[in-house]
Design a protein around this ligand. Structure first.
Ligand code: PLP
Length: 382
């Protein structure tokens, strides 16, 4: 079975981990963490970057930084991973779900304003598949209504919007280094801050509500409990693994792009024949080849495609079950009107395998997909 995902290792992770042990510093914020912080801040132009143990943790930190209170509302897409909503629900805030665009499957910026109420505090956008949301329009709405913008950039490292790195266009950005993402540390993430005014408090929240970071810098002579907080920092073993990955980040992205481009060229003929729809990347968005997906015309055909590929030994997967109609979404959130594009994408999207090293198997994947697609009924009237 050819897997849907296979974590890539550069070869330097284990020697970095041995080095972390030799350094005698295995808890958080050691030399490898500092290395990753500097790399991230430089690469994304964030005023501050802080490693976390997941993107979920970074999203939770963003909810704390915004001082959200029970009943506050956060506008977000329903077509996303659960953490986008959970981070805010944990503060008692209410996710307000709006529909996505038909082309990029990102939050539809034209629907945001109508979802704003006196309780709205923030907009949390998700850059789906590493392709940017329409940030200029979203920032304009946020400015008009005095709202914060959080970017769930879990999938979007190295992607840009009009030349600006994703995760540093809104107030706060959240990255993931989970093993299914482009650059990995098993579990891992980062908080990116565009505006330095959040930086000092972010350090405190991340260090159990203490001013320990100031203490380590020699700015205070003892550290103490100064705010709410939790433990959001990864240990040095995780940072050491990540350091090996960030060093090869550009190369990893290029290798993924070669596979993405091959899929895209292959799928063009099937799109013309009406068998599927390809992803759309607007000209002003540079993407990171995080994901290659296909949209099949119906749910039945999506199921038949996944089953057919599996029978030929190739793993493909679908996502997301929409949050607005999930048990927790119904309990904690609310949808602003119907979300037909979210529902349709959820039923018809299939993700193709995409990992470094897939190249040598790619023609086999495409031949299998050709065979399966040609066997599916052709009528596209539904
Ligand atoms: C992967 C992902 C997350 C969660 O990332 P973790 O690092 O596993 O917490 C959140 N949001 C989106 C859109 C994701 O793709």
């Amino acid at each position: 079975m050819l897997p849907f995902n296979k974590p890539y290792v550069t070869g330097r992770e284990l020697s970095n981990i041995a080095q972390a042990h030799a350094n005698g510093h295995l808890s958080g914020d050691g030399p490898f963490t500092r290395y990753c912080h500097e790399w991230l801040a430089t690469r994304t132009r964030a005023s501050r970057a802080l490693l976390t143990h997941s993107c979920t943790a970074a999203l939770e930190m963003s909810a704390l930084l915004l001082d959200l209170e029970p009943g506050d509302e956060v506008i977000m897409p329903s077509f996303t991973f659960v953490s986008t909503a959970n981070a805010f629900v944990l503060r008692g805030a209410i996710p307000v779900f709006v529909d996505i665009r038909e082309d990029t499957l990102n939050i539809d910026e034209r629907l945001i304003e109508a979802a704003i109420t006196p309780r709205t505090r923030a907009i949390c956008v998700v850059h789906y598949a590493g392709v940017a949301c329409e940030m200029d329009a979203i920032l304009a709405v946020a400015r008009r209504h005095g709202l914060h913008v959080v970017e769930d950039a879990a999938q979007a490292i190295f992607s840009t919007y009009r030349g600006r790195p994703l995760g540093t266009i809104g107030d706060i950005g959240c990255l993931s280094f989970h093993e299914t993402k482009n650059i990995i540390s098993g579990e891992g993430g980062a908080l990116l801050l565009r505006d330095p005014r959040f930086a000092e408090r972010a350090e405190i929240l991340r260090e159990k509500g203490t001013d320990r970071s100031r203490f380590f810098r020699g700015q205070v002579d003892k550290y103490t409990w100064v705010d709410v907080g939790s433990s959001y920092l990864p240990g040095e073993i995780t940072a050491a693994f990540l350091a090996a990955q960030v060093d090869e980040g550009e190369r990893i992205t290029e290798m993924r792009k070669a596979i993405w481009n091959r899929y895209h060229a292959w799928a063009a003929a099937h799109e013309q024949a009406g068998r599927l729809r390809r992803p759309v990347v607007p000209a002003h968005c540079d993407h990171n080849a995080h994901m290659y997906y296909l949209l099949l015309p119906t749910h039945a055909r999506r199921t038949a495609f996944i089953d057919g590929m599996k029978a030929l030994g190739i793993g493909t997967v679908f996502h997301y079950i929409p949050l607005h109609s999930s048990p927790a979404g119904l309990k904690f959130g609310r949808a602003n009107g119907d979300l037909p594009i979210t529902d349709a994408a959820s039923e018809s999207l299939v993700r193709m395998p995409l990992w470094v090293g897939l190249g040598e198997f790619l023609e086999r994947v495409l031949a299998a997909a050709d065979a399966v697609l040609e066997r599916l009924p052709v009528a596209v009237t539904s």
